[in-house]
Design a protein around this ligand. Structure first.
Ligand SMILES: [Zn+2]
Length: 561
């Protein structure tokens, strides 16, 4: 849509609702800086508020950081709806009690404090309920984002808060309530959630308007971008953050992190259209924490540096929170797995395809991850000092092909390990047929071995056998998955013995091998923080194959005894 056309259709009532709100809405809860509603302190609220009352629009997404003024905006909108532009209205929060608590503690007092709305409040007590106010001229309903609350009513104004927490399918239910009203409108708001969820798709459907500022040096209009912050290399995280400056993306002028500078930049702000709408009448507004001029940029930089530290330990939760809550950007599970490039061995897949050994090779293993109708397999050659080179990785459709691969690469049958966690009976038969060995992940941290009366703990169990459907006995053992993954992560991160990959290994390998990360959680009974490995990508077969490689290397004492 051209700017001129947009202006033509939105011009008649731009500014009006926000101005009306500034004149009429009195905020009665403790916001020290804004006793009456005003967009002077948060100018990024004004345009979304006005667009919400434009009948040319269908759906507004207001995506911003925690503390970005969305609740105040909703309270102003509802006041304007009741007093000026009526229609059945539904406010949806994450749960029934969230939205009702907010209504009781904040919304109803705001209606009472404002003459334009207080005179319209019903006098009969039974018309002001926990879940609704039945005004004479319109109903105002409140519900959580659940099926029962979102059914049947026909609504003109739909306001959806904390939409990032709604369960899958609830945004669709919410939209349905508009019943094709020509003048109906929806608002979805809250911090960001996850790439490809319902809220993200709603955001992508709208014309993207990025909150931008004008560089006082060169005049370039640009969004606030975290990457434009720079800070010193030396010092503690707090010291480095304290030295941060924001740099213009066009002329590189630097701005100090103080309240006057930040406020001046925000006062020059406006929304800039960055992307056309996928659906007509949908507008998506976006801004991030750098816009909230009362907060220092250094706080965000410190949070970023701390999150990078925890990420290096394999824990992505802090970074995830920062990105969703402060930068208001949708989190992609793959962001957490930002590991250095894998060391490449001097040699290519084809150089070793006939079974040739690497220098000083001690042993090689074939490890196999089992899927419903195919396999993923890895061949890695190990030296006595626990250094190793991956020679082959890929998808294999049948067990016969796996056996051919094993022969081609001269892997001894007893060095061929296959996962028995899935379709166990079928895999036991395959183990018996080819003389391989089963391997099974377990939650245990250690397994006890006893040899000539001496007891030792290892990360793998003594060898076991099980009766296979074919009536032979299959050999297998258990491995302590979490500690073995820790060893693999150190090898992968370049902190252990040399861990390399030949050139030309299938592309799937690089993406699948970085598929898990350590995550902290609270133990249910003790409430103590613990951590375990969590899958971050659906396809983690290369990682699984490498876990079995490390387990095999442990069994054959390549890491010492
Ligand atoms: Zn500039």
């Amino acid at each position: 849509m051209s700017q001129a056309f947009r202006d033509a259709i939105t011009a008649p009532n731009t500014r009006a609702p926000a101005e009306w709100c500034a004149d009429n809405v009195r905020l009665v809860y403790g916001s020290a800086l804004a006793p009456t509603f005003s967009t002077a302190m948060s100018p990024w609220v004004e345009e979304p508020l006005n667009e919400f009352f434009d009948n040319a629009n269908r759906e507004i997404v207001f995506l911003g950081p925690v503390g970005g003024g969305k609740t105040t905006m909703i309270e102003a909108m509802l006041s304007h709806i009741v007093a000026e532009d009526n229609g059945p209205t539904l406010v949806t929060g994450q749960t029934d009690s969230d939205v009702r608590d907010w209504a009781e503690s904040r919304m109803w007092p705001v209606f009472n404090a404002n003459e334009a709305t207080s005179s319209m409040l019903p006098s009969r007590r039974d018309k002001v309920r926990k879940d609704a106010i039945m005004f004479d001229h319109m109903p105002l309903y409140l519900t959580g984002a659940n099926m029962s609350g979102l059914q049947s009513k026909s609504i003109r104004f739909l306001i959806g808060d904390e939409a990032w927490m709604w369960e899958t399918g609830m945004i669709a239910e919410f939209r349905e309530r508009m019943h094709r009203r020509w003048n109906g409108r929806r608002l979805l708001t809250g911090q960001a959630s996850f790439v490809d969820d319902d809220y993200h798709r709603a955001f992508k459907a709208g014309e993207l308007r990025e909150w931008s500022f004008e560089c006082p040096e060169c005049g370039a209009v640009q969004p606030f971008i975290f990457k434009q912050l720079r800070w010193p290399e030396e010092g503690t995280n707090a010291e480095r953050a304290a030295g941060c400056r924001y740099h213009c993306a066009a002329c590189d002028a630097g701005f100090d992190d103080n309240v006057a500078t930040r406020r001046d930049l925000v006062q020059s702000g406006r929304y800039v259209v960055k992307r056309a709408a996928e659906m007509p009448g949908h507008i998506s507004f976006h801004f991030n924490v750098l816009t909230l001029w009362r907060a220092s940029w250094a706080d965000t930089v410190a949070a970023w540096l701390n999150a990078q530290d925890t990420l290096r330990r394999g824990d992505s939760t802090e970074l995830e929170k920062l990105i969703q809550k402060q930068l208001a950007e949708f989190w992609d599970g793959e962001m957490s797995i930002n590991r250095p490039a894998i060391d490449e061995f001097d040699g290519r897949v084809e150089d070793y395809a006939d079974g040739a050994e690497i220098d000083d090779e001690a042993r090689r293993f074939l490890t196999i991850d089992v899927q419903r109708d195919h396999y993923w397999a890895a061949i890695r050659a190990w030296r006595a000092d626990a250094s190793s080179v991956l020679l082959w990785y890929g998808r294999v459709n049948t067990e016969e092909t796996l056996e051919e691969l094993r022969q081609k690469y001269n892997v001894p049958t007893e060095h061929t390990y296959i996962d028995t966690g899935y379709d166990t009976g079928r895999i036991y038969d395959i183990i018996c047929r080819y003389g391989w060995c089963g391997i099974r992940g377990d939650k245990a941290r250690r397994f006890q071995h006893s040899r000539k009366g001496r007891k030792t703990d290892k990360l793998y169990s003594p060898i076991k056998t099980a009766l296979a459907p074919c009536a032979a006995r299959a050999r297998y053992f258990f491995v302590a998955t979490d500690p073995i993954k820790d060893i693999l992560a150190r090898l992968r991160g370049g902190e252990g013995a040399k861990w390399e990959v030949v050139g030309g290994v299938t592309k799937a390998y690089a993406s699948q091998v970085d598929s898990e990360a350590r995550e902290e959680f609270l133990a249910p009974k003790t409430n103590q923080p613990q951590s375990h490995w969590v899958k971050k990508k659906r396809d983690n077969h290369a990682w699984d194959c490498e876990v079995y490689q490390v387990a095999a290397a442990l069994v054959w004492r390549l890491f010492g005894d």
